[in-house]
Design a protein around this ligand. Structure first.
Ligand code: GTP
Ligand code: MG
Length: 198
């Protein structure tokens, strides 16, 4: 799929105030610093459409970007960021869970995990919660440029084995990406295109 346009639409912390056009939407979620905003920039080939930072906690709101005038990419804040206060964490959780539970045009979500890390409880719990609420998602392994091909294969297999041993009979669909090397771009866009066409 060719990205002809990618435009920032709005930021907010209330799902009820998100754009109300009934077009398919794809959200990116995962731990702070995992590379959600960078991946949105890589997919859209826009260097700083979504704001990125080396410091975790950069994205703070629900950010809508309209692509090719007929679907949305959504950048979300990360979870698992240690430096926010307990109260902020609660508020955050509430508006993010409301977003996932109430956003009707959400076609698929992507849960990003750093390919270098073993499965983390916070990610597994979030995947479990998505499953329990029947919210469709795929997994994206990020920062693949940090590992050699053999190690990538090993880490992915290890992760999927954890999911099929402890949680589900079948692992969710997964993608391997690197925003700096543009790895996985065509596969992800083809996946989105397929759903858009349905
Ligand atoms: P929050 O908004 O804080 O939740 O973070 P985020 O998940 O949006 O991460 P962001 O895209 O801001 O990237 C965090 C850091 O990881 C930045 O320093 C990026 O340059 C780096 N990064 C993101 N993707 C990649 C990648 O594919 N490879 C490498 N090597 N670094 C990456
Ligand atoms: Mg971000």
């Amino acid at each position: 799929m060719k990205i002809k346009s990618a435009d920032f639409v709005m930021s907010n912390s209330d799902v009820a105030k998100c754009p109300n056009e009934p077009i398919p939407e794809y959200a990116f979620i995962g731990r702070s610093n995992v590379g959600k905003s960078s991946l949105i920039n890589m997919l859209t080939e826009r260097k700083s459409l979504a704001k990125t930072s080396g410091r975790p906690g950069k994205t703070q709101l629900i950010n809508h970007f309209k692509i090719n005038d007929n679907w949305f990419l959504v950048d979300l804040p990360g979870y698992g960021y240690a430096r926010v206060s307990k109260r902020d964490k609660k508020t955050f959780q509430k508006y993010i869970t409301n977003y996932f539970l109430q956003r009707e045009q959400l076609a698929c979500s992507f849960i990003l995990v750093d390919i270098r890390h073993d499965p983390q409880p916070i990610d597994l719990e979030f995947m479990q919660w998505m499953g329990e609420n029947a919210i469709p998602f795929a997994i994206i392994f990020t920062k693949a440029d940090k590992l050699k091909p053999k190690a990538i294969e090993r880490e992915v297999q290890n992760y999927l084995t954890t999911l099929t041993t402890d949680m589900w009979e079948e692992a969710p669909q997964h993608f391997v990406t690197s925003s700096s090397h543009r790895t996985g771009r065509e596969e992800l866009l083809a996946f989105i295109d397929d759903i858009n066409e349905k």
